[in-house]
Design a protein around this ligand. Structure first.
Ligand SMILES: C[S@@+](CC[C@H](N)C(=O)[O-])C[C@H]1O[C@@H](n2cnc3c(N)ncnc32)[C@H](O)[C@@H]1O
Length: 372
Protein backbone atom coordinates (compact mmCIF):
# COMPACT_ATOMS: atom_id res chain seq x y z
CA UNK A 1 0.00 0.00 0.00
CA UNK A 2 1.32 3.47 -0.88
CA UNK A 3 2.37 5.61 2.08
CA UNK A 4 0.29 8.66 2.94
CA UNK A 5 1.70 12.15 2.67
CA UNK A 6 1.78 12.43 6.47
CA UNK A 7 3.77 9.20 6.79
CA UNK A 8 6.16 10.33 4.08
CA UNK A 9 6.78 13.68 5.76
CA UNK A 10 7.21 12.36 9.32
CA UNK A 11 10.92 12.41 10.08
CA UNK A 12 11.77 14.73 7.20
CA UNK A 13 13.39 18.09 7.59
CA UNK A 14 10.71 20.03 5.76
CA UNK A 15 12.78 23.17 5.42
CA UNK A 16 15.15 21.10 3.27
CA UNK A 17 12.47 19.36 1.17
CA UNK A 18 10.91 21.25 -1.71
CA UNK A 19 8.14 20.39 -4.15
CA UNK A 20 8.49 21.07 -7.89
CA UNK A 21 5.96 23.88 -7.54
CA UNK A 22 7.85 25.53 -4.69
CA UNK A 23 11.16 25.24 -6.53
CA UNK A 24 10.78 25.04 -10.31
CA UNK A 25 13.72 24.38 -12.64
CA UNK A 26 14.48 28.04 -13.39
CA UNK A 27 14.81 28.81 -9.66
CA UNK A 28 17.08 25.81 -9.03
CA UNK A 29 19.29 26.97 -11.89
CA UNK A 30 19.26 30.67 -11.06
CA UNK A 31 21.97 33.03 -12.34
CA UNK A 32 25.44 31.48 -12.71
CA UNK A 33 24.33 28.01 -11.60
CA UNK A 34 23.23 27.44 -15.22
CA UNK A 35 26.39 28.59 -17.01
CA UNK A 36 26.85 24.97 -18.03
CA UNK A 37 24.91 21.75 -17.24
CA UNK A 38 26.51 19.43 -14.71
CA UNK A 39 25.11 16.06 -13.74
CA UNK A 40 25.33 15.37 -9.99
CA UNK A 41 25.06 18.72 -8.23
CA UNK A 42 23.01 19.68 -5.22
CA UNK A 43 20.53 22.52 -5.40
CA UNK A 44 21.55 26.03 -4.32
CA UNK A 45 18.55 26.39 -2.01
CA UNK A 46 19.78 23.47 0.13
CA UNK A 47 23.18 25.14 0.44
CA UNK A 48 21.54 28.45 1.27
CA UNK A 49 19.59 26.99 4.22
CA UNK A 50 22.57 25.01 5.56
CA UNK A 51 24.93 27.98 5.38
CA UNK A 52 22.34 30.04 7.21
CA UNK A 53 21.89 27.41 9.94
CA UNK A 54 25.51 26.48 10.59
CA UNK A 55 27.68 29.47 9.57
CA UNK A 56 27.81 33.19 10.29
CA UNK A 57 28.50 35.98 7.81
CA UNK A 58 32.21 36.45 7.21
CA UNK A 59 33.00 32.78 7.93
CA UNK A 60 35.14 30.69 5.56
CA UNK A 61 33.55 27.47 4.27
CA UNK A 62 35.36 24.58 2.56
CA UNK A 63 33.96 22.19 -0.04
CA UNK A 64 36.51 19.39 -0.72
CA UNK A 65 34.36 18.00 -3.59
CA UNK A 66 33.41 21.31 -5.16
CA UNK A 67 31.94 19.93 -8.44
CA UNK A 68 30.25 22.73 -10.33
CA UNK A 69 30.77 25.16 -7.43
CA UNK A 70 27.31 25.35 -5.86
CA UNK A 71 28.72 25.77 -2.34
CA UNK A 72 31.12 28.49 -3.43
CA UNK A 73 28.55 30.51 -5.36
CA UNK A 74 26.02 30.36 -2.54
CA UNK A 75 28.69 31.22 0.04
CA UNK A 76 29.39 34.41 -1.90
CA UNK A 77 25.68 35.17 -2.04
CA UNK A 78 25.38 34.62 1.74
CA UNK A 79 28.33 36.87 2.59
CA UNK A 80 30.92 34.12 3.28
CA UNK A 81 34.34 33.30 1.88
CA UNK A 82 34.74 29.90 0.29
CA UNK A 83 37.39 27.47 -0.86
CA UNK A 84 36.72 24.47 -3.07
CA UNK A 85 38.87 21.53 -4.07
CA UNK A 86 38.13 19.78 -7.33
CA UNK A 87 39.99 17.14 -9.29
CA UNK A 88 38.36 17.64 -12.69
CA UNK A 89 39.90 20.49 -14.70
CA UNK A 90 36.67 21.41 -16.47
CA UNK A 91 34.87 21.77 -13.15
CA UNK A 92 37.64 24.06 -11.90
CA UNK A 93 37.28 26.20 -15.01
CA UNK A 94 33.52 26.42 -14.47
CA UNK A 95 33.86 27.31 -10.78
CA UNK A 96 36.43 29.99 -11.59
CA UNK A 97 34.10 31.59 -14.14
CA UNK A 98 31.10 31.44 -11.79
CA UNK A 99 32.87 32.98 -8.83
CA UNK A 100 35.19 35.56 -10.47
CA UNK A 101 34.61 39.28 -10.00
CA UNK A 102 34.23 41.00 -13.36
CA UNK A 103 34.71 44.48 -14.69
CA UNK A 104 31.22 44.63 -16.08
CA UNK A 105 31.80 47.18 -18.89
CA UNK A 106 34.71 45.09 -20.18
CA UNK A 107 32.93 41.75 -20.09
CA UNK A 108 29.92 43.31 -21.86
CA UNK A 109 32.18 44.71 -24.56
CA UNK A 110 34.03 41.41 -25.01
CA UNK A 111 30.99 39.15 -25.16
CA UNK A 112 29.12 41.49 -27.51
CA UNK A 113 32.19 41.59 -29.75
CA UNK A 114 32.58 37.82 -29.88
CA UNK A 115 28.84 37.47 -30.54
CA UNK A 116 29.25 39.48 -33.75
CA UNK A 117 32.12 37.28 -34.88
CA UNK A 118 30.40 33.89 -34.50
CA UNK A 119 30.28 32.17 -37.86
CA UNK A 120 32.23 34.96 -39.61
CA UNK A 121 35.76 33.85 -38.87
CA UNK A 122 37.07 31.02 -41.07
CA UNK A 123 38.84 28.23 -39.17
CA UNK A 124 42.59 27.99 -39.45
CA UNK A 125 43.39 24.64 -40.99
CA UNK A 126 43.92 22.40 -37.98
CA UNK A 127 43.31 18.76 -37.45
CA UNK A 128 40.31 17.90 -35.34
CA UNK A 129 40.72 15.00 -32.91
CA UNK A 130 39.02 11.70 -33.64
CA UNK A 131 36.38 12.53 -31.04
CA UNK A 132 35.61 15.95 -32.57
CA UNK A 133 35.49 14.52 -36.09
CA UNK A 134 32.98 11.86 -35.19
CA UNK A 135 30.73 13.74 -32.73
CA UNK A 136 30.15 16.91 -34.81
CA UNK A 137 28.65 17.50 -38.23
CA UNK A 138 31.10 19.35 -40.55
CA UNK A 139 29.51 22.79 -40.12
CA UNK A 140 29.20 22.49 -36.33
CA UNK A 141 32.81 21.37 -36.11
CA UNK A 142 34.04 24.32 -38.20
CA UNK A 143 32.05 26.83 -36.10
CA UNK A 144 33.28 25.41 -32.79
CA UNK A 145 36.91 25.33 -33.90
CA UNK A 146 36.68 28.89 -35.26
CA UNK A 147 35.28 30.07 -31.91
CA UNK A 148 38.08 28.23 -30.10
CA UNK A 149 40.59 30.14 -32.24
CA UNK A 150 39.16 33.49 -31.08
CA UNK A 151 39.28 32.79 -27.37
CA UNK A 152 42.90 33.82 -26.77
CA UNK A 153 42.20 37.36 -28.00
CA UNK A 154 40.03 38.23 -24.99
CA UNK A 155 40.76 39.12 -21.33
CA UNK A 156 37.84 37.01 -20.16
CA UNK A 157 38.95 34.01 -22.18
CA UNK A 158 37.79 31.50 -19.52
CA UNK A 159 34.23 32.77 -19.87
CA UNK A 160 34.46 32.02 -23.60
CA UNK A 161 35.84 28.55 -22.85
CA UNK A 162 32.69 27.83 -20.86
CA UNK A 163 30.46 29.23 -23.63
CA UNK A 164 32.29 27.07 -26.17
CA UNK A 165 31.86 23.98 -23.99
CA UNK A 166 28.16 24.58 -23.46
CA UNK A 167 27.61 25.01 -27.19
CA UNK A 168 29.73 21.94 -27.90
CA UNK A 169 27.55 19.91 -25.53
CA UNK A 170 24.38 21.00 -27.33
CA UNK A 171 25.82 20.56 -30.83
CA UNK A 172 26.93 16.94 -30.46
CA UNK A 173 25.42 14.43 -32.83
CA UNK A 174 23.09 12.97 -30.25
CA UNK A 175 19.43 12.39 -29.54
CA UNK A 176 17.47 14.99 -27.58
CA UNK A 177 16.61 12.48 -24.87
CA UNK A 178 20.16 11.34 -24.19
CA UNK A 179 22.20 14.51 -23.80
CA UNK A 180 23.57 13.55 -20.39
CA UNK A 181 25.52 10.46 -21.40
CA UNK A 182 25.26 9.61 -25.11
CA UNK A 183 27.18 6.47 -26.01
CA UNK A 184 27.66 6.78 -29.76
CA UNK A 185 27.16 9.58 -32.33
CA UNK A 186 23.66 9.71 -33.85
CA UNK A 187 24.08 10.43 -37.54
CA UNK A 188 20.61 9.84 -38.91
CA UNK A 189 17.10 11.01 -38.02
CA UNK A 190 15.47 9.13 -35.12
CA UNK A 191 12.24 8.74 -33.20
CA UNK A 192 12.51 11.21 -30.30
CA UNK A 193 11.01 9.99 -26.98
CA UNK A 194 11.23 13.52 -25.62
CA UNK A 195 9.37 15.34 -28.41
CA UNK A 196 7.26 12.39 -29.61
CA UNK A 197 8.22 12.94 -33.24
CA UNK A 198 11.05 12.29 -35.67
CA UNK A 199 14.05 14.53 -34.95
CA UNK A 200 17.44 15.03 -36.59
CA UNK A 201 20.86 15.40 -35.00
CA UNK A 202 22.24 18.94 -34.88
CA UNK A 203 24.10 20.22 -37.95
CA UNK A 204 25.45 23.55 -36.75
CA UNK A 205 26.70 25.22 -33.57
CA UNK A 206 26.41 28.92 -34.49
CA UNK A 207 22.99 29.49 -32.92
CA UNK A 208 24.10 27.84 -29.66
CA UNK A 209 27.30 29.89 -29.54
CA UNK A 210 25.37 33.15 -29.99
CA UNK A 211 22.58 32.24 -27.57
CA UNK A 212 24.93 31.06 -24.81
CA UNK A 213 27.22 34.07 -25.21
CA UNK A 214 24.33 36.42 -24.39
CA UNK A 215 22.85 34.13 -21.75
CA UNK A 216 26.22 33.87 -19.97
CA UNK A 217 26.58 37.64 -19.91
CA UNK A 218 23.09 38.08 -18.46
CA UNK A 219 23.73 35.46 -15.75
CA UNK A 220 27.08 36.96 -14.75
CA UNK A 221 25.50 40.43 -14.55
CA UNK A 222 22.68 39.08 -12.38
CA UNK A 223 25.05 37.38 -9.96
CA UNK A 224 27.29 40.48 -9.74
CA UNK A 225 24.34 42.28 -8.07
CA UNK A 226 23.91 39.53 -5.46
CA UNK A 227 27.38 38.59 -4.28
CA UNK A 228 28.45 39.87 -0.86
CA UNK A 229 30.87 42.81 -0.80
CA UNK A 230 34.43 41.87 -0.01
CA UNK A 231 33.78 38.09 -0.12
CA UNK A 232 36.00 35.87 -2.18
CA UNK A 233 36.14 32.30 -3.41
CA UNK A 234 39.03 30.21 -4.62
CA UNK A 235 39.24 26.79 -6.20
CA UNK A 236 42.19 24.46 -5.73
CA UNK A 237 42.72 22.06 -8.59
CA UNK A 238 43.80 18.90 -6.85
CA UNK A 239 43.00 15.69 -5.03
CA UNK A 240 41.18 16.41 -1.76
CA UNK A 241 42.90 13.43 -0.11
CA UNK A 242 46.25 15.16 -0.06
CA UNK A 243 45.78 18.80 -1.05
CA UNK A 244 47.55 21.20 1.32
CA UNK A 245 45.32 23.82 2.88
CA UNK A 246 47.16 26.94 3.89
CA UNK A 247 44.35 28.37 5.97
CA UNK A 248 41.83 27.48 8.73
CA UNK A 249 38.16 26.97 7.82
CA UNK A 250 35.04 27.50 9.91
CA UNK A 251 33.42 24.37 8.55
CA UNK A 252 32.74 22.13 5.59
CA UNK A 253 29.72 21.71 3.34
CA UNK A 254 30.05 19.05 0.66
CA UNK A 255 28.44 16.28 -1.35
CA UNK A 256 31.00 13.56 -2.11
CA UNK A 257 30.74 11.45 -5.26
CA UNK A 258 28.72 8.23 -4.94
CA UNK A 259 30.35 4.88 -5.72
CA UNK A 260 30.01 3.66 -9.31
CA UNK A 261 27.44 6.20 -10.47
CA UNK A 262 28.87 9.12 -12.45
CA UNK A 263 32.07 9.69 -14.42
CA UNK A 264 32.85 13.31 -13.69
CA UNK A 265 35.47 13.71 -16.42
CA UNK A 266 33.64 11.75 -19.10
CA UNK A 267 30.40 13.74 -18.78
CA UNK A 268 32.28 16.80 -20.12
CA UNK A 269 34.46 14.93 -22.60
CA UNK A 270 33.81 17.50 -25.40
CA UNK A 271 35.38 20.23 -23.24
CA UNK A 272 38.49 18.15 -22.54
CA UNK A 273 38.83 17.48 -26.28
CA UNK A 274 38.26 21.04 -27.51
CA UNK A 275 40.21 22.85 -24.79
CA UNK A 276 42.97 20.25 -24.29
CA UNK A 277 42.34 20.13 -20.53
CA UNK A 278 44.35 18.03 -18.13
CA UNK A 279 42.61 14.66 -17.58
CA UNK A 280 43.06 13.13 -14.12
CA UNK A 281 40.23 10.62 -14.23
CA UNK A 282 42.32 7.85 -12.69
CA UNK A 283 42.18 9.75 -9.37
CA UNK A 284 38.39 10.18 -9.38
CA UNK A 285 36.79 8.73 -6.25
CA UNK A 286 33.77 6.50 -6.91
CA UNK A 287 34.02 6.77 -10.72
CA UNK A 288 31.33 4.81 -12.56
CA UNK A 289 34.04 3.10 -14.60
CA UNK A 290 35.42 1.53 -11.39
CA UNK A 291 32.09 -0.19 -10.70
CA UNK A 292 30.88 -1.35 -7.29
CA UNK A 293 32.87 -4.51 -6.66
CA UNK A 294 33.88 -5.18 -3.08
CA UNK A 295 37.40 -3.89 -3.83
CA UNK A 296 36.02 -0.71 -5.46
CA UNK A 297 33.79 0.02 -2.46
CA UNK A 298 36.72 -0.51 -0.09
CA UNK A 299 38.88 1.90 -2.12
CA UNK A 300 36.01 4.39 -2.21
CA UNK A 301 35.53 4.19 1.58
CA UNK A 302 39.23 4.71 2.20
CA UNK A 303 39.45 7.59 -0.29
CA UNK A 304 36.44 9.55 0.99
CA UNK A 305 37.59 9.04 4.58
CA UNK A 306 41.06 10.38 3.71
CA UNK A 307 39.58 13.45 2.00
CA UNK A 308 37.25 14.19 4.94
CA UNK A 309 40.05 13.68 7.48
CA UNK A 310 42.25 16.09 5.51
CA UNK A 311 39.42 18.66 5.43
CA UNK A 312 38.66 18.19 9.14
CA UNK A 313 42.31 18.83 10.06
CA UNK A 314 42.09 22.19 8.31
CA UNK A 315 39.05 23.31 10.33
CA UNK A 316 38.92 25.26 13.58
CA UNK A 317 37.95 23.33 16.74
CA UNK A 318 34.25 22.50 16.98
CA UNK A 319 33.59 23.32 13.31
CA UNK A 320 30.58 21.65 11.65
CA UNK A 321 31.27 19.29 8.73
CA UNK A 322 28.06 18.85 6.75
CA UNK A 323 28.00 15.94 4.32
CA UNK A 324 25.10 15.51 1.90
CA UNK A 325 24.65 11.85 0.92
CA UNK A 326 22.31 9.06 0.02
CA UNK A 327 24.14 6.30 1.88
CA UNK A 328 22.15 3.34 0.59
CA UNK A 329 25.18 1.06 0.88
CA UNK A 330 25.67 2.13 4.51
CA UNK A 331 29.30 3.03 4.03
CA UNK A 332 29.25 6.24 6.04
CA UNK A 333 29.46 4.83 9.58
CA UNK A 334 32.86 3.42 8.62
CA UNK A 335 33.86 6.48 6.58
CA UNK A 336 33.13 8.86 9.47
CA UNK A 337 34.92 6.60 11.92
CA UNK A 338 38.03 6.41 9.76
CA UNK A 339 37.95 10.17 9.19
CA UNK A 340 37.78 10.81 12.97
CA UNK A 341 34.32 12.42 12.74
CA UNK A 342 31.38 12.06 15.11
CA UNK A 343 27.81 12.11 13.81
CA UNK A 344 25.77 14.69 15.68
CA UNK A 345 22.52 14.72 13.64
CA UNK A 346 21.17 13.17 10.52
CA UNK A 347 18.77 15.49 8.69
CA UNK A 348 16.62 13.69 6.15
CA UNK A 349 15.25 15.41 3.06
CA UNK A 350 12.92 14.37 0.29
CA UNK A 351 14.46 14.90 -3.13
CA UNK A 352 12.07 15.91 -5.82
CA UNK A 353 12.68 13.80 -8.91
CA UNK A 354 12.02 15.74 -12.05
CA UNK A 355 11.61 13.21 -14.80
CA UNK A 356 9.45 10.14 -15.20
CA UNK A 357 12.50 8.24 -16.42
CA UNK A 358 13.87 8.30 -12.85
CA UNK A 359 10.85 7.09 -10.97
CA UNK A 360 10.52 6.30 -7.25
CA UNK A 361 10.87 8.20 -4.00
CA UNK A 362 14.37 9.41 -3.26
CA UNK A 363 15.79 10.66 0.00
CA UNK A 364 19.06 12.25 0.95
CA UNK A 365 20.67 12.84 4.32
CA UNK A 366 22.66 15.74 5.60
CA UNK A 367 25.16 14.27 8.07
CA UNK A 368 26.03 16.90 10.62
CA UNK A 369 29.40 15.85 11.99
CA UNK A 370 32.27 17.30 14.00
CA UNK A 371 35.85 16.25 14.67
CA UNK A 372 36.01 13.73 17.52
C1 LIG B 1 28.78 14.94 -6.16
S1 LIG B 1 29.97 15.89 -7.02
C2 LIG B 1 29.89 17.45 -6.17
C3 LIG B 1 28.81 18.34 -6.71
C4 LIG B 1 28.72 19.69 -6.05
N1 LIG B 1 28.14 19.60 -4.72
C5 LIG B 1 27.87 20.62 -6.90
O1 LIG B 1 26.79 21.05 -6.48
O2 LIG B 1 28.26 20.89 -8.05
C6 LIG B 1 31.51 15.23 -6.53
C7 LIG B 1 32.73 15.89 -7.15
O3 LIG B 1 33.91 15.29 -6.55
C8 LIG B 1 34.94 15.35 -7.53
N2 LIG B 1 36.02 14.42 -7.12
C9 LIG B 1 36.09 13.07 -7.31
N3 LIG B 1 37.23 12.60 -6.79
C10 LIG B 1 37.91 13.66 -6.27
C11 LIG B 1 39.15 13.80 -5.60
N4 LIG B 1 39.94 12.76 -5.37
N5 LIG B 1 39.53 15.05 -5.20
C12 LIG B 1 38.73 16.13 -5.44
N6 LIG B 1 37.55 16.05 -6.08
C13 LIG B 1 37.14 14.83 -6.50
C14 LIG B 1 34.24 14.99 -8.82
O4 LIG B 1 34.99 15.44 -9.94
C15 LIG B 1 32.90 15.69 -8.65
O5 LIG B 1 32.91 16.93 -9.31
Amino acid sequence: MAVTQDELYAGLDLELSWSERALPEHVRTKHVHRLHPYHGKFIPQLVEVLLDRYFTRGAHVLDPFAGSGTTLVQALESGLDATGVELAAFNCLLIGVKTAEYELPLIREELNDVYERVGVQPTKARRASKYVSSWYAPQARAELLAFADLIGEYVYSDVLRVVLSRAARSARRTTHFDLEAPRAPQRTEYWCHKHKRTCRPVESAGAFLRRYTLDTLARIEEFAELRGDGCSAQVLHGDSRDVEYGTAFDGVLTSPPYPGLIDYHEQHRYAYELLALDDRRELELGAAAAGTSRASLAAYTEGIAAALANAARACVDGAPLLIVVNDRRELYPEILDRAGLVLEHRLRRHVNRRTGRRAGEYFEDVLVTRRA
